[in-house]
Design a protein around this ligand. Structure first.
Ligand code: NAD
Length: 469
């Protein structure tokens, strides 16, 4: 704990002038963050802009070395970072949670640092020679959410830095300490001012997105805020990557073995206590296996321990903040009022702490229920019965979001055929939400646009230049 305290002391603002950040599970103050303003945002962008030419001039080799050293620094401080993240965000240290998230930060950073983006020869036919290469854009604004604050911050910053941009990062006001800690550790290895955090509210984020010296905005958050960002960035024609909300559907075919898939279905929905953009948020199950799948997933749900994240026994935590907790509670209450069957959970769990909500499985629900149509973003999964696959596909596609989807079947080819009919950025087969740094990720429809990760992700934080002749 003492190294964690040293890191917290270093990043912390003066309690007299700063804002207190609560432990998500207990409400106890973990530390203080500065209350930065539009002037601070301007100063950060100016510093990042001043640092950018020298960072770019280091070239790919020089930047790669610095970024790999930053990844080593993250690994060396992994436990302190995971502890701060666990307390602030609420996710347990154990399971696919805080330690896992910190590990993903160094994994994705190393991958961005070492992925090659070659110059493409477009035509070379003796008469015409044309090639396209990718250059830094300048200053990138990285505006992030509170659910995976470090990992998503890294997804935005790592490729941007790799391509020679400098970054001004604005974490969510719900989880700024985690991101300040991560950046502090990375900055032990990076030159000054290439990665600068600013801790502001949403209005400060708007100011950053609209800043005339910001060339690109990487935004992850709600669809509603995404629209505002697009407006803010419009004046400057800043480039945008928008990773927005989702309401991922899973379709279970009648040929599955319910016991065999129950655990993967559960974690597809409940990873990070359901607070994951590309989590399974509505599950359509064929009537032949409906009762067995509901029972099997409920059996897993009953066994998975929820509680304070610092307790190694827990793998589910609280909802991160009161506003989100209220949404989860409201949607579950609405389902109850309309006659849905609560198979497991269904209530707040105040005995565990302020924003805990029991792991909840809701059966006998249908399209049109709020918990099906709206993104719950918490520990509650509606399971819907279907009899006709065409109807299930239509249900999956009927909402205006399209981040992920999944098809579950004993027959991979049959599942692939159905996967091709789903309108989503990623469709998984017999899994949901698994990500890989070499596999691009992004949404369609109101879930946003632009791709992250791999070569596609590097291109999205660069400007192409064609040389013809
Ligand atoms: P949010 O939109 O409320 O906030 C995201 C960020 O935007 C925060 O840093 C916030 O301070 C900032 N912000 C708020 N108003 C702003 C404005 N006018 N201009 C600029 N910035 C502003 O989202 P959230 O509640 O933190 O995150 C939850 C949502 O994010 C869910 O809908 C979830 O599905 C989505 N999400 C999507 C992905 C993805 O990859 N597609 C990943 C994680 C979360």
């Amino acid at each position: 704990m003492s190294e964690t305290t040293a890191l917290l002391d270093r990043i912390q603002a003066d309690p007299e002038t700063g804002r207190a950040i609560p432990d998500a599970a207990t409400g106890e103050t973990i530390g203080y963050v500065p209350k930065q303003t539009a002037d601070d945002v301007d100063a950060a962008v100016a510093r990042a802009q001043a640092a950018q030419p020298a960072w770019d001039a280091l070239g790919h080799e020089g930047r790669r070395a610095a970024l790999l050293a930053a990844a080593d620094a993250i690994d060396a401080h992994a436990e302190e970072l995971a502890t701060i993240l666990s307390r602030e965000q609420g996710k347990p240290l154990n399971g696919p949670n805080a330690r896992f998230e910190v590990g993903a930060c160094s994994t994705w950073l190393r991958d961005a640092a070492t992925t090659e983006l070659e110059t493409e020869v477009l035509v070379d036919d003796g008469e015409t020679y044309a090639e396209m290469s990718y250059q830094a854009l300048g200053v990138v604004a990285a505006i992030g959410p509170w659910n995976w604050p470090m990992m998503i911050g890294m997804w935005q910053s790592a490729p941007s830095l790799r391509m020679g941009n400098t970054v001004v990062a604005k974490p969510s006001s719900s989880t700024p300490l985690s991101v300040l800690a991560l950046i502090d550790v990375m900055n032990q290895a990076l030159p000054a001012d290439v990665l600068i955090p600013v801790v502001t509210n949403g209005a400060g984020g708007g100011h950053l997105a609209a800043h005339p010296d910001v060339a690109k905005v990487m935004f992850t958050g709600s669809t509603e805020t995404g629209r505002r960002i697009a407006e803010s960035a419009g004046g400057n024609l800043a480039r945008l990557t928008l990773e927005l909300g989702g309401n991922d559907a899973g379709i279970v075919l009648p040929d599955v073995d319910p016991q065999a898939i129950a655990e993967d279905l559960f974690w597809g929905a409940f990873i990070n206590t359901g607070q994951t953009c590309a989590a399974l948020k509505r599950l359509y199950v064929h009537e032949d296996v409906y009762d067995d799948v509901v029972d099997a997933v409920a059996a897993v749900a009953r066994q998975v321990p929820m509680g304070n994240g610092l307790d190694e026994g827990n793998v589910l935590g609280p909802v991160q903040n009161a506003a989100q907790f209220e949404i989860v509670q409201e949607l579950v209450e609405d389902a109850k009022a309309r006659g849905a069957r609560i198979v497991v959970g269904g209530e707040a769990a105040p005995e565990l702490g302020a924003n805990f909500f029991q792991t909840t499985i809701v059966a006998e629900v249908a399209d049109g229920y709020r918990i099906v149509d709206e993104e719950q973003f918490g520990p509650a999964l509606p399971i819907i019965r279907y009899s006709d696959i065409d109807e299930a596909v239509a249900s999956a596609n009927r909402l205006d979001v399209g981040l992920g989807g999944s098809v579950w079947s004993g027959d991979r080819e049959k599942a692939r055929e159905i996967a091709k009919r789903l309108r989503a950025g990623t469709v998984w087969i017999n899994q949901h939400g698994t990500l890989h740094p070499k596999v691009p990720f992004g949404g369609v429809k109101q879930s946003g646009y632009g791709l992250e990760f791999s070569v596609a992700g590097l291109k999205s934080v660069s400007e192409p230049r064609v040389i013809n002749g």
